[in-house]
Design a protein around this ligand. Structure first.
Ligand SMILES: *Cc1c(COP(=O)(O)O)cnc(C)c1O
Length: 377
């Protein structure tokens, strides 16, 4: 059996271990230290737009904190993009709030501004205005974020931008991770850069960053003894993990370029394969990091063709994965409302993610190309 080709695997730049060695030399083996501060500074400089970054132990934890900062509590409703990974929606449940899902639009596959407004109005009509909105840039493709922002402003609803998959992507020249009232990033092992596991809150001001760090370190009051007036979390990032992050920041732009090159490779490959569309930016305002390249099959028997292709690649030790199953169809969210027209459900049936790592070699691309051509011939 040939070596496995992964969907998206960690890709070290080379200097990560020097930051870790420094942490060991100085005994900063803790969820604070110079690497955490350094990584936060690097992210703030990269994102621009007066960003204030607090690094935490996961992207899911960052969303949990963001919802807490937004004032979400038991009994509230939170509007959430249905076409996403469970890390986006689960923290709503952690807080005892209820998710209400919003469908996608066809162009970016992200939250439909039309159904978002419909969902907010429906909430207001029944006397329960949603407490927050979570919009996602899935697969690194920027959502119609200025329309989503405008709607949230109009109805005065807190907007959380889930940029877990979108570091390095931008919308109208502005980096994803700088929109809405709060943004989150993920540095899980499969993301565009990794700290082995980790995440960040991107805040619009220093005060919110301080609140995030306070909550992420057990909400300790200023007292000589342990004193708490608020329930906190143990969510701060380790100084070892942050060392990996500092090294990864040195290669972030290069790795975005490599992912975009993979996308161009798939565009060329599928150009003459009938029925297959490679998911691409709808216009020049949108700049995807192409974290994962995805295809859809547009002819009859879509579900079957895609499922069989997935198995065919698996048998050749090439990892692929169906597009994310919408949250409102997940057994765990059974019975939860979703505003929309079935766009996300349709995408789930007809789409597949293909190997997209920045460490994909030419030889691996050749194997993928041969497999795809064999399957469709
Ligand atoms: C990965 C991911 C998360 C969660 O991040 P973790 O660091 O894995 O907890 C949240 N939302 C989206 C869209 C993701 O892809």
């Amino acid at each position: 059996m040939k070596d496995k080709i992964w969907l998206s695997s960690p890709h070290m730049g080379g200097t990560e271990q020097s930051y870790i060695a420094e942490a060991f030399a100085e005994n900063w083996i803790a969820p604070l230290g110079p690497n955490v501060t350094g990584f936060e500074n690097d992210l703030e400089a990269y994102l621009g737009h007066d960003s204030h970054v607090a690094c935490v132990s996961s992207g899911t934890g960052a969303i949990h904190l963001a919802l807490d900062i937004a004032g979400v509590s038991a009994g509230d409703e939170v509007l959430c993009q249905t076409f996403t990974f469970c890390g986006t929606s689960n923290p709503i449940t952690y807080l005892g709030a209820t998710p209400v899902f919003v469908d996608s639009e066809e162009e970016t596959w992200n939250m439909s501004p039309i159904y978002l407004e419909e969902a907010i109005q429906a909430g207001i009509e029944k006397g329960k205005k949603p407490k927050a909105v979570i919009a996602v840039h899935l697969y690194g493709m920027p959502a119609k974020i200025d329309e989503i922002e405008a709607i949230c402003k109009k109805y005065d609803v807190f907007l959380i931008e889930d940029a877990a998959e979108a570091l390095g992507a931008s919308y109208k020249g502005r980096k994803c991770g700088t929109f809405g009232d709060l943004s989150i990033l993920s540095f899980n092992g499969n993301k565009i850069i990794t700290t082995s596991g980790g995440g960040a809150l991107v805040c619009r001001d220093k005060q919110t960053k301080d609140e995030a760090i306070f909550l992420a370190t057990q909400a300790r009051d200023d007292a000589p003894h342990y004193q708490h007036s608020r329930i906190g979390y143990n969510y701060r990032m380790s100084n070892i993990a942050a060392g990996i992050g500092r090294g990864q920041m040195e290669v972030l732009d290069a790795h975005v370029a490599l992912r975009r090159k993979n996308h161009a490779f798939y565009q060329a490959l599928f150009q003459d394969i009938d029925g297959v569309t490679v998911f691409t930016e709808p216009n020049e305002q949108v700049y995807s990091n192409h974290w994962l390249t995805a295809i859809t099959y547009e002819k009859s028997d879509k579900k079957q063709i895609i499922e069989k292709l997935n198995l065919f690649l698996q048998n050749l030790n090439i990892e692929s994965r169906p597009l994310w199953k919408p949250m409102h169809l997940q057994p765990v969210y059974k019975g939860t409302a979703c505003f929309g027209d079935g766009t996300a459900e349709n995408l789930f049936k007809k789409g597949l993610c293909l190997p997209s790592g920045s460490n994909l070699t030419d030889l691996e691309k050749e194997r993928i190309e041969n497999a795809v051509r064999t399957y469709f011939s």
